[in-house]
Design a protein around this ligand. Structure first.
Ligand code: HEC
Ligand code: HEC
Length: 160
C-alpha cells in the first residue's frame, strides 16, 4: 500500500515537473488528418464501391512493376472469403498449371506465383493456392469513389 502511494506521488511530481516545460497545448483540430475537433460529430461523405459486374471492365494500370493489380469489378457478391468458400478462385483459378484444360473465356488467370511456396520450394508450381495468397483482397483492392485523404505524389515513372 505504501509503495503504491510513493509511486503515485512520484508520478505526480514527474507530471507537474513536465508541465513546467510544456508548450502551448495542441488543438484537437490539429492532431490528426481529419482536421475536425474530437468533440464534433462529423458527417463524412458516403462513398460507394464500384458496382461494375466482372466482364466488361478495363484492367487498371499497375502502380509499379510487380504491384498487385487492383480489382476493376465489384466484389460484394463474392465476399466474405472464407476457408470453405473463395469465389474469386471460381473465376480466376488456373487449372492448366496442373494439366487441366483452361476453360474458354476464363478471365485473367491467377499467376503461377500464387501456387508456389516461395520459401520452401520456389521452383515448384503446386496444384493449390499457397496460404499467404488465399485472402485475395489483402493485396488486390476493390475500387471506391472515395477521394484520397492526403495528396499522393508517388509516381511509377523514373525520375531523371
Ligand atoms: C464472375 C467471375 C469473377 C469473379 C467471381 C471474380 N472475378 Fe476478378 N475478374 C473477372 C474478370 C472477367 C476480370 C477482367 C476485368 C473485368 O472485366 O472486370 C477480372 C479482373 C480481376 C483483376 C484484375 C487483374 C489484372 O491483371 O489487372 C483482379 C485483381 C481481380 N479480378 C480480382 C478478383 C478478386 C479478388 C475476386 C474475389 C473477391 C474476383 N476477382 C472475383 C472475373 C471475376
Ligand atoms: C500476398 C499478396 C497477394 C495475394 C494474397 C493475392 N495476390 Fe494476386 N497478385 C499479387 C501480386 C504482387 C501480383 C502481381 C504479380 C506480377 O504480375 O508480377 C498478383 C497478380 C494477380 C493477377 C494478375 C495476373 C496477370 O496475369 O495479370 C491476378 C488475376 C491475381 N493476382 C488474382 C488473385 C486472386 C484471385 C487471389 C486470391 C485467391 C490473389 N491474387 C491473392 C499479390 C497477391
Amino acid at each position: 500500500m505504501m509503495i503504491k502511494k510513493y509511486l503515485v506521488s512520484a508520478l505526480f511530481i514527474a507530471l507537474s515537473a513536465g508541465s513546467a516545460y510544456a508548450t502551448a497545448p495542441i488543438k484537437t483540430e490539429e492532431m490528426g488528418l481529419s482536421k475536425t475537433s474530437v468533440f464534433d460529430v462529423p458527417t463524412p461523405r458516403v462513398y460507394h464501391y464500384s458496382d461494375a459486374a466482372p466482364g466488361a471492365n478495363k484492367l487498371l494500370p499497375r502502380a509499379y512493376l510487380g504491384a498487385p493489380p487492383q480489382v476493376p469489378h465489384a466484389v460484394s457478391d463474392f465476399l466474405p472469403i472464407t476457408r470453405e468458400n473463395n469465389l474469386c478462385v471460381a473465376c480466376h483459378a488456373q487449372p492448366d498449371l496442373w494439366g487441366k484444360k483452361l476453360e474458354a473465356g476464363m478471365p485473367v488467370p491467377i499467376p503461377a506465383t500464387h501456387y508456389t511456396d516461395r520459401r520452401n520450394a520456389p521452383d515448384k508450381v503446386t496444384d493449390h493456392l499457397i496460404n499467404g495468397r488465399y485472402n485475395c483482397n489483402q493485396c488486390h483492392v476493390p475500387q471506391t469513389d472515395a477521394p484520397a485523404l492526403v495528396e499522393n505524389t508517388f509516381s511509377n515513372k523514373k525520375k531523371r
